[in-house]
Every structure is written in structure tokens, then in C-alpha cells.
Write a protein that binds this ligand. Structure first.
Ligand SMILES: CC(C)(COP(=O)(O)OP(=O)(O)OC[C@H]1O[C@@H](n2cnc3c(N)ncnc32)[C@H](O)[C@@H]1OP(=O)(O)O)[C@@H](O)C(=O)NCCC(=O)NCCS
Length: 163
């Protein structure tokens, strides 16, 4: 496996991230350009991009909260986000479909955990579809409960990891 590199997102990554988000997420699960731009603008420290040979091939983005409410739609545009808060809410975890299944998401998520831990964060929260529950358990997350969100017309599950 060629070794990818990692860095914080910058505004000029918006269109490439949108392209990956749109090609990897189904239907209206994908975040809009406005949401991606807001996440880069407001919390670049929590927006990690992975590059391979100079091309962005995946990313993870997030916001922080004192009280996590996973079904809060406004939070997806970082309304209510507080960079000082200890709990990280992950919004997108995505790898370009051309590079999926090669272990890159494990590497990206481990890199993200280590960066968040280094920033003093205490917990990571995410929502995933049924088919990714086992993957996140494998990465160290614990199952919390089915989510009340029907984002994108699908059912979701809440997962958490203490770091
Ligand atoms: C989810 C996604 C990021 C995974 O990326 P990927 O490149 O296919 O995943 P990887 O190949 O890195 O696999 C991740 C790890 O989970 C493991 N894994 C994968 N499926 C698994 C399963 N069903 N059970 C247990 N472990 C599993 C892999 O073995 C790998 O672990 P390893 O590196 O220790 O061997 C990718 O499929 C994607 O972008 N999907 C669209 C967006 C999405 O739905 N994101 C998740 C929503 S929260």
C-alpha cells in the first residue's frame, strides 16, 4: 500500500471533497457543498484530509459539543459547535470509491483519533448504517443505540468511543 499523507482541510479542498462525498454516499445522505464549506471554514482542525500522490482520496470531518445530540440537523452545519468542547461528533467518513477496501479508512480513522486525543478530546461519536456497525466495532467503537434520525431516508445507528 502506498503510504498516504494527512493534513487539515483548506477551502480549496471543498470541490474535491464534495466530489468524493457525492460519489461515495447514496442519494441525499451526501452533505451539500454548503455544509462541507462550513465545516472547513469553522473547524479545519476537525477536518482531516488524506492524500495519495498529491490527490485527496478521503476525509473525515467533525464538530465538538459539550452535550451531544446526534439527531441535531443544524449541527451538521456546525450550528452549536464549540471548538473547546471535549466531545467530537464525526459527520462524514468517506473514501473515494476507487480506493475503498484497501485499509485506507482504518489508517485515516486511527490518524484522526490520535490527532483528537492530542487536542485533549475525550469522546468520539458517529452515526452509521447497519452495514458499517461491524467496521466501527473493529475500529474500537461501541454500539449505543438505533438513532432517531432518518437522515437520507435510511435507518442509522449511534456509536461511541472514549479516547
Ligand atoms: C465506510 C468507508 C469509509 C470504509 O472505507 P474502506 O476503504 O472500504 O474500508 P477499509 O478497507 O479501510 O476497512 C476498514 C477496516 O474495517 C475492517 N472491516 C471492513 N468491513 C468490516 C466488517 N464488516 N466487519 C469487521 N471489520 C470490517 C477492514 O478489515 C479494515 O480493517 P483493517 O485495516 O484492520 O484490516 C467507505 O466504504 C466509504 O467511504 N463509504 C461511503 C461513505 C460511508 O457510508 N461512510 C460511513 C458512514 S459513517
Amino acid at each position: 500500500m502506498t503510504t498516504p499523507s494527512f493534513r487539515q482541510a483548506v477551502p480549496s479542498d471543498t470541490d474535491r471533497c464534495l466530489e468524493i462525498e457525492t460519489s461515495a454516499y447514496e442519494g441525499d445522505e451526501a452533505a451539500t457543498r454548503e455544509k462541507i464549506a462550513a465545516r472547513i471554514d469553522q473547524y479545519p482542525q476537525g477536518f482531516l484530509v488524506m492524500e495519495l500522490d498529491g490527490e485527496v482520496i478521503g476525509f473525515v470531518n467533525s464538530g465538538c459539543a459539550f452535550e451531544v445530540l446526534m439527531s441535531d440537523e443544524a449541527f451538521k452545519e456546525l450550528v452549536g459547535h464549540d471548538p473547546e468542547a471535549p466531545n467530537v461528533v464525526i459527520m462524514s467518513v468517506v473514501i473515494d470509491p476507487a480506493h475503498q477496501g484497501k485499509g485506507y479508512s482504518s489508517l485515516m480513522m486511527r490518524t484522526f483519533v490520535s490527532r483528537m486525543s492530542g487536542m485533549g478530546k475525550k469522546t468520539l461519536h458517529l452515526m452509521c448504517k447497519e452495514r458499517h456497525v461491524a467496521l466501527y466495532k473493529h475500529l474500537g467503537y461501541r454500539y449505543v443505540k438505533p438513532s432517531s434520525s432518518d437522515h437520507g431516508g435510511m435507518s442509522w445507528h449511534e456509536m461511541i468511543m472514549a479516547i
